[in-house]
Structures are given as structure tokens and as C-alpha cells.
Design a protein around this ligand. Sequence first.
Ligand SMILES: Nc1nc2c(c(=O)[nH]1)N[C@H]1C(S)=C(S)[C@@H](COP(=O)(O)OP(=O)(O)OC[C@H]3O[C@@H](n4cnc5c(=O)[nH]c(N)nc54)[C@H](O)[C@@H]3O)O[C@H]1N2
Ligand SMILES: Nc1nc2c(c(=O)[nH]1)N[C@H]1C(S)=C(S)[C@@H](COP(=O)(O)OP(=O)(O)OC[C@H]3O[C@@H](n4cnc5c(=O)[nH]c(N)nc54)[C@H](O)[C@@H]3O)O[C@H]1N2
Ligand SMILES: [Mo]
Length: 824
Amino acid sequence: MDASVDRIAQPWGSRTPYGRHERWPTRVDTYLEPGVGPDQVRRWVQTASVLHSDGDAMDIAVADGRMAGVRGRAGDRVNHGRLGPKDLFGWQANASRDRLTRPLLRERGHLVECDWDTAMELIADRSRKLLAERGPGSIGFYTSGQLYLEEYYTLAVLARAGIGTNHLDGNTRLCTATAAEALKESFGCDGQPGSFDDIDHADVIALFGHNVAETQPVQWMRVLDRLDGADPPRLLCVDPRPTPVTRRAAVHLAPRLGTNLALLNALLHEIIRTGRVDRDYLTAHTVGFEELASRVAECTPRWAARICDVPAASIDEAAELLGTADRLLSTVLQGVYQSHQATATAVQINNLHLIRGMLGRPGAGVLQMNGQPSAQNTRECGADGDLPAFRNWQNDDHVADLARVWNVDPGTLAHHAPPTHAMQMFRHAEQGSIRMLWISGTNPAVSLPELSRIRSILAQDRLFVVVQDLFRTETAQLADVVLPAATWGEKTGTLTNADRTVHLCDKAVEPPGEARPDLDIFLDYAARMDFRDRNGRSLIGWHDPESAFEAWKACSAGRPCDYTGLTYDALRGGSGIQWPCNEESPDGTPRLYTEGISWARPDLCESYGKDLVTGAADDEAAYRALNPEGKAVIRAADYLPPRELPDERYPFQLTTGRTLYHFHTRTKTARAPQLNAAAPDVWVEAATGDAEALGLAEGDLVEVTTPRGALRGRLRVTDIRPGLLFVPFHFGYWDTGGGHGPDGDTPGRAANETTVTDWDPASKQPLFKTAAAALRLVERGDGSPAPAPTTTASAPSRADTAPPTTGGTTALAVSRTDRPEAAR
Ligand SMILES: Nc1nc2c(c(=O)[nH]1)N[C@H]1C(S)=C(S)[C@@H](COP(=O)(O)OP(=O)(O)OC[C@H]3O[C@@H](n4cnc5c(=O)[nH]c(N)nc54)[C@H](O)[C@@H]3O)O[C@H]1N2
Ligand SMILES: Nc1nc2c(c(=O)[nH]1)N[C@H]1C(S)=C(S)[C@@H](COP(=O)(O)OP(=O)(O)OC[C@H]3O[C@@H](n4cnc5c(=O)[nH]c(N)nc54)[C@H](O)[C@@H]3O)O[C@H]1N2
Ligand SMILES: [Mo]
């Protein structure tokens, strides 16, 4: 059956209900641009979405040599054909007329076009000079969670073995550093234990700081379909805002910012007190339970209720739900990872699963979620603060093994200290020890905290800034050299989603002008730098995506993220495949830890662990003493209040995050008309009572101020937690209409003007979600509502204050199902 649905008005489309333990029905979503019919499509080119971590598999429609639409892939394990709004409409940005088509370099203060040879020679020249004069530590690379595996791996080799610098990290530091750290702390190694298929089997699904409806809409469709089917799961949601998820939750807890850990400790306390602990699992597979039990002994629900400002009875209810679940699936994302005590909290969610033995079975799993499409690859390939293939930088054998793979002297691989994290790299640039920073696929002038500081760091004369992007972003404006990159749809490569599913993204169309794939740019640089291995052969022996993939396979062999059983051919035609995929598991691996913990042994583990409160790293001896047999480690942590709390001057708490229709700094979604129209400008969410107390109304122009800076936006009155403000972080000063930036004394609109330069001690992930702020009126509205969607967490508390968000005829997509469906 075909149905045409306005997918801006109905982001999740129509329902295909299914019962517990049944197969999620297929629904194939297609959007073709107006005027293009299916018969005009010349080719369908296989790929997967790059606008979140779901890995929705799709085909790009090519007509007249250009992209003309997309269609979900029915046979893929992740989405069974479904696509979300950003998947359906986001691709249009590729053809935007303001794409970068030629390299730019700064001449007398202005960016002017040049040819590739000039731009690349300039970068190579500067690199050689810095290497000679200041050594490898003067060069840093700041990359992304949105390129392809092949590109990160190449970058990791050239930076770590070619340049020999320790300064290589990704924007994954802002995103899923805490996911990785929490997995290392509990299981000794990164790697997602669970699978999206667990949604089919769970009877309780708990979401911690995760607005899955807006940030992974296709997985939310899966949950919605189960909620409408036989034997539906019950949801627990921990989020201080009313989101589409909390509206369907059996229990919703809306804690005060910065108190996640107190809540988790109380939940653990209650589960232990009521004896809902799987003793056999604990004995067989874990160490550290007694320590946890004693640390949370005093953490009663009544104690946490005061700290978190949620009713003790609701904490009891939540503990009951978790404690009686037959198969519990938990997901964790930025409401935890970007909050105070991030790693400590994420680890307690692992602990919840360990003490209840909820791991490694269908429906019993934890998803320490990723955000970006290839954040997993940044981590695996060592393009962030890790060594490739989850090798342990503190383990000399692992470093030697990596040197063997690359055929270099272990001494050339800097490992005297942990790989430098992004916040530290910007600090080094600020202080002048890093003199060249190469930024690829990220827009830090909008996405890092405390933007006035970031702008002044990037604008320094002594810092040579290279920016590799599709557009002239806020960051590109501050660069010395800008390299025009080809992107998704215009280049080939692989990416791995949040449940370890590897997808191949094939090239569909030519990039605009002279734009080149990131891989080609990195290979060009490596060739100019003439990096050699210990036998004098070229350090990087590959030349295209597939040969890069083969090289990566060799590096991953025998490691947890083993790709040796995968090939481009195996990834073409069918479904994505979950790693590890090797001789033992040729079809991939749905779940890790089905037979106990496999990568925590002292000689195998990726990390010896850290103190969750101070971040101090343990050494091998300490780890061996704690966990000689390589079981899961149950680590406890005490709650501490956040450093920044409301006071008289800054009486509100401020948190930041996302809306369904935009992706990050909007370089793609603002160029997709349907998405942009749904959320055209920034807004500020506040609770009804708070707005009334300040005499503010929907649509008023307000200013939010913190000790770092201020921003302005229109007020949206919602059912958010009293005392809390929310601002979407998508809006920098670039705009389709020209844009407005912080200009003299007038504040801009970027959330990160206000956020703090502070990070989690263990994962080093910045605290985008814990600040104190003031709110004031700038100018009364004219009665128009704030430019915020009504279909999402920003729904107004009074439905009649704003017309419903719709997309109209240009947002109609077709959904095809095998059986009749109920629209909803
Ligand atoms: N539409 C859309 N989807 C995306 C993205 C996007 O930009 N747009 N980005 C992708 C990426 S990279 C990422 S990392 C993910 C992020 O996905 P999510 O983590 O789901 O998104 P956020 O909106 O950042 O934060 C989630 C929720 O945390 C809540 N929160 C805020 N403070 C706290 C707190 O102190 N405690 C708790 N428990 N919750 C809190 C917020 O109210 C919010 O609803 O989304 C991915 N998908
Ligand atoms: N206040 C606040 N700040 C946040 C967050 C928050 O919740 N609140 N969330 C944080 C999180 S989780 C994340 S992931 C970051 C995201 O922050 P950013 O990474 O800065 O955001 P994007 O807009 O995705 O930037 C990606 C850039 O890469 C470019 N690009 C896209 N594809 C390609 C490609 O193939 N090649 C190249 N070379 N470039 C490409 C895009 O045009 C864009 O400029 O923001 C973080 N900042
Ligand atoms: Mo992210």
C-alpha cells in the first residue's frame, strides 16, 4: 500500500505495529523532487544517512547526472526501508550554489581563490618548516565524526606515524567521548554491547538524556510501532524537557541539571535494596559489586529527590520498572554525556545492566549511543584520542604492534602521554605551542564552548589554520587556507553506525567544481610530505577508498573491531553488517558479551581505567590487581554538585541541544528548504510560570546571559522544567539571508556564546548542558510565535499559541508497506 505523507508535519510517518519478538515490518519511504518521476531515475546508488548515528540505509536517485531524491533500503537491518525527515530532504544541500568549488587562501586579510597545487604546497611548506623549527608537537589535526572510515584511518597514519604528533582528535570529543570512555571503564574496551534489534525484544526501554524521537527518528518509529503492537514495552525517560519520548513514557523523571549521578545512584540503591540483583551474573562476570553496594548504601530515593528535585515516589517507580524488567534496553546520550559527571553517570547505567545481568541477550542490552554518522570510525581508526583499533597507549606491546602494522619504529609514535584531547589542543593553540591546526569536517566557531574565546584563538596571526569543508562556514572565515571538499554522495567510503553496523556509501554524482574527496586531500598531503616507513617505502601505500579499507582491515585484525571478514563487495547489494566480522563470525556480530566479557583482560584491554571523579588514569599494575581475569568492572562514584549553580545574578539553569529538523551548525539542513522552513531561526524555551513571573510572553525577543556571553532569540513558552532554559545550538551567525553575528555590542544567536570551557574529568567531553544563566526582555513580540517547531520538544504549552508545523506539498514523501496501516 502506498501513502503520501507530509513528513515535516508527521516526522515519523504512519505506523506499522508489531508485537514483541516479531519482525519489524518493512516500510519503504521515498522522496523524489517535484517533477521527477520514478521512470526518470537513471540509477539508484547505495548509501546510508550522514545526518545522525542511525545508519539509515538508502539509495540516492540519480537523474540527468544529479541527485533527485532518496529511497530507504527495504532489506537493511537498521531501518527496514524507513527514512527520517533529514534523510528525506537533507541531500538537497549538496547542490547548493554556494558550495566551495576552489581552494582559498588568505591574502592581505581576505580569502581569495587559488589552485590546488598552490594551496597544498603552502600547507606542506608550513608543515616542513614547523617540523624543522618546532617539532611535531607544533602541528594539530581536529577532525570529525562525519567523514568516512578510510579518511580517518589515512589521517591517523599520517598524523601519528608521518608527522609523529600526539595532537589528533575529532569533534567526537564533543559528542561521544563519554560513550567510549564509559565502555572502556566498564568493559575494558570501546564497542557497543547492544543492537538496535533489542528494541524488538525489550519489555522495558530506558532512555537517559536521549531524545531519540528527534535525533534518531527511525529508531523512534521502531519504538512507536512496538508501542502500538501486542505486548508493548514500557518506557522510562530521564529528561528535564518534555520531548516526544517523555510524552509516551510510563515514567518520566525531569531532574535538575547536573544531578544525573545522584539519580542513578538512588536507582542502583533501590535495586540492590530490593534484592533485584543477578548474583550468578555478578560472580561469573564482574568485579567491584561490593564497593558499589557500599557507596550507594546511603543514596536513598528521598536523598536523591532533594538533590534532583523529582518526587521520591517517581524514583521508586522508576526503580521498580528497572528492577522488574525481564529484558531491559537502556540508551544513553547527550543529556548524560554533556552533563556534569558525565562518565560517572554513563558508567552507572552500565552498572545497572551488570547488576541485573541484562547484557548479551536479545532485548537485554545497553546502547551508549553515538551521535554522528561515523563517530564510531573516528574512534576505531584512532583519529581521536585513542590509538587505532582500540589499542592501549599505555601498553607497550600494543604500541609495538601498531608500529609493526605501519612498519615504523615504535619510537616515532608519540605515546609518552595520552593522546591530546580537543579542548587541550585549543588550549595549546591559545598558548602558542600548536602553530598549525588542520580542521576537517567540523565547524568549531559554532560548536565549541565559549565562542568568543574560540574565535580569538583561530584568528591569531601566529596560528596557521587550514579548514576543509563544503561551505564558507564561520570557521572557514577564520582560516588561512580553505580546501573545498567533496561530500557524501560525491565520494565513496564506509561508515559504522551506533550499533556497529558498517555501511558502504557509494559515489552517486560528481562533486562541484574542483572539490575533492577528503581522502584524496589527505593522500595528496602525505605524498607531498613524502612520509616513509622504516624500509624507505611510502608510509601510506593505498590510493583509493577500497585500498584504504583493505589497509584498515589489516590494522583491525585480531582486535575487537575486527573488519577482516568485510569487503566492499559484501557490503554492496544487501544489508549493512555489524563488526566484528571475521572468520569466526563471517556474517557479523549482533551483540557483544553474549558469553561473558571478552576484551577486559589486562593484556587486551584498551584502557586501564580512570578515577571517575578526578579523571586520574590507573596504571597496569593497579588494573591487574583489580581485574586480573578480565571481567567487567563495576565502578562506583560519589555525586558532587555541579561547579556552576544558579545564584541571584544568574537565577536559571541553561541547557542546549537539538531539534528534529536541523543538523548541528545547519550547513546542510539550512540549505534544504523543507527543513529550514520548519525551524528558520533560534528560539529560547522557558516554562510557563517563569515567563509569567518575568512578564514575558511567547514571541518576545529575549536575551540569555551567562558569565561567558549572551545570545538573543524569541521566547517559546513550553512545559519545560521550571527554572530551566533551553536553546538549540544549531544557529551560528551564518544565515541563508546573510546572517547576523555578534556585532559590536549586539549579541549573536549561537548557544555557545554562553557555554562554559569545562569538561568531564574522565572523558574530557565539554559541559554543554550545565550552566547558570539570566533571562531578560529585549523587545516585545508583535504577537507572532517563536520560530520553533510545534511537533517536537519545543511544542508550546498552549497549543493555540502557534500554528502547527507543516511542510505542505513539497514535503510529501511516499511510504510503501505490505499490509494496511493505521495512520497516526
Ligand atoms: N535532528 C537531529 N538529530 C541529530 C543531530 C542533530 O543535530 N539534529 N545530531 C546527532 C548527534 S552528533 C548527536 S550527538 C545526537 C544527540 O542526540 P540527543 O542526545 O538525543 O540530543 P540533545 O538534544 O543534545 O540532548 C538530548 C536531551 O538531553 C536533555 N538534557 C539536557 N540536560 C540534561 C540533563 O542534565 N540530564 C538529562 N537526563 N537530560 C538532559 C535535553 O532536554 C534533550 O532532550 O543526535 C544526532 N542526531
Ligand atoms: N551548545 C552545544 N554545543 C554542541 C552540542 C550541544 O548539544 N550543545 N553538541 C556537540 C556535538 S554532540 C557535536 S557532534 C558537535 C557538532 O559540531 P560540528 O562538527 O562543528 O557541526 P557540523 O555542523 O556538523 O559541522 C560539520 C562541518 O563539516 C562539513 N562537512 C560535511 N560533510 C563533509 C565532508 O564530507 N567533508 C568535509 N571536509 N566537510 C564536511 C559541514 O559543512 C560542516 O561545516 O557540536 C557540539 N556542540
Ligand atoms: Mo554529536
